[in-house]
Ligand binder design. Structure first.
Ligand code: FAD
Length: 360
């Protein structure tokens, strides 16, 4: 929900001061709002994208995740839904979508001039907050384009960079381009959906997880996948929609093959950018925000969690992001109310503060 109570994301700025403003509605941002609620701190979330879920929603909604504790396996989109229920349904957390955090300034707290509040300049106007937890992932991400081939005329006509719903590929002749994890993952994931799958890569070798490459090669050996390496796209033809694709060998242009094709799925990786956060006085290393063991950034009142952080031993995993976020929230809450203990009480004893009557 946006601050004024709708889901549109086009909210007007609220003069209300929230305890914690979370930048990013990825899995870590969502759970940050939950930890805040458990500590009876008011939170809000903002995200530049039109939907919650971060990378899980944008990059791999239909993929299984096997390493989130408590779930032997869970589809990325289902994990987002569980997080939405856990965080946004149990607590009053306004979510401002299509809202990017641009600038940050400090000013006296109108309710207590001894203290400071943070003013965030966003697309939805200025927001006041006592603390910020940045869960911005890789920042804004955009798919890499195919070098040396203009795909734009076919975008929206069969050329895709993302898989939203697998169903959109049902019964289609799909050509997947790329040699990394996502290209190989989608070959495996679409085996039960697409009519035919061709994997095109301009090198012989793949840069993907060994086990996935083995699955791809086994599927090719079983005749389920047409493996074309080292090949590149030479031509695409069709009447309004992609109908045919011509590939040529990377090391012998004269060696061409023409295939019937409905969909070209480009999986060439993503460019990521910290965007406006780069201008904040944060210590940045290799595109990530440096935090200490308390998830504290170099800015007063600002913590960070999830993929956006860097520290010794950092793991970019959902599970570790959840834990970083619990630490960040404990610190933020303690900063706002120093009399509050860092260690939360066990939820088995407290229930969910403000939960539905009878459940606590
Ligand atoms: C194909 C793939 C498969 C993966 N599989 C697994 C897996 O099996 N297990 C696992 O643990 N991890 C996996 N990961 C990694 C996992 O997705 C990330 O660790 C996780 O998404 C990090 O969550 P996050 O909330 O920190 O960031 P993100 O999910 O990146 O979300 C960050 C959000 O912040 C928003 N944002 C950024 N800057 C701003 C700003 N200035 N203002 C407003 N909003 C902003 C972005 O729009 C985004 O929505 C996978 C990743 C990929 C790409």
């Amino acid at each position: 929900m946006s601050e004024n109570g709708d889901h549109s994301g086009a909210a007007t700025a609220s003069p209300e001061i929230r305890d914690i403003t979370v930048i990013g509605a990825g899995p870590v941002g969502l759970i940050t709002a939950f930890w805040a609620g458990m500590r009876e701190a008011s939170a809000r979330i903002i995200d530049s994208l039109p939907e919650i879920g971060g990378q899980l929603t944008t990059l791999y909604p239909e993929k299984w995740i096997f390493d989130v504790p408590g779930y032997p396996r869970v589809l990325a989109k289902d994990l987002v839904e569980q997080l939405r229920r856990q965080s946004l349904e149990q607590f009053d957390v306004p979510v401002l979508l299509e809202t990017t955090a641009h600038k940050v300034t400090y000013e006296p707290d109108p309710t207590d001039p001894e203290r400071e509040v943070i003013r965030l300049e966003t697309d939805a106007g200025d927001l006041l907050t006592r603390t910020v937890v940045i869960a911005g992932g890789h920042g804004a991400f955009e798919p890499k384009r195919l070098p040396g081939f203009d795909m734009t005329p076919w975008e929206g006509r069969g050329a895709h960079y993302l898989v939203g719903e697998k169903a959109a590929f049902a019964g289609k002749k799909v050509v997947i381009v790329g040699g990394g994890d996502s290209a190989c993952d989608w070959v495996v994931n679409l085996l039960d959906t697409a009519d035919t799958i061709t994997l095109v890569h301009r090198r012989e070798e793949f840069r993907a997880h060994e086990a996935t490459v083995a699955e791809v090669r086994a599927a090719a050996a079983a005749g389920q996948v047409d493996l074309r390496t080292p090949y590149e796209i030479k031509r695409i033809e069709g009447n309004g929609q992609i109908e045919r694709i011509t590939l040529s060998r990377a090391d012998d242009e004269g060696d061409e093959v023409e295939l019937s094709c409905d969909v070209v799925l480009l999986q060439l990786g993503f460019k990521t950018a910290l965007g406006p956060l780069k201008e904040w006085p944060l210590e940045i290393q290799k595109g990530a925000i440096v935090v200490d063991a308390l998830m504290k950034t170099s800015m007063e009142g600002v913590w960070a969690a999830g993929d956006i952080t860097t520290f010794d031993g950092k793991l970019k995993l959902i599970a570790t992001g959840f834990a970083e976020s619990a630490i960040a929230v404990a610190q933020a809450v303690h900063h706002i109310r120093p009399d509050m203990r860092l260690q939360p009480k066990y939820s088995t004893n407290t229930g969910v503060p403000g939960s539905v009557e009878g459940e606590a």
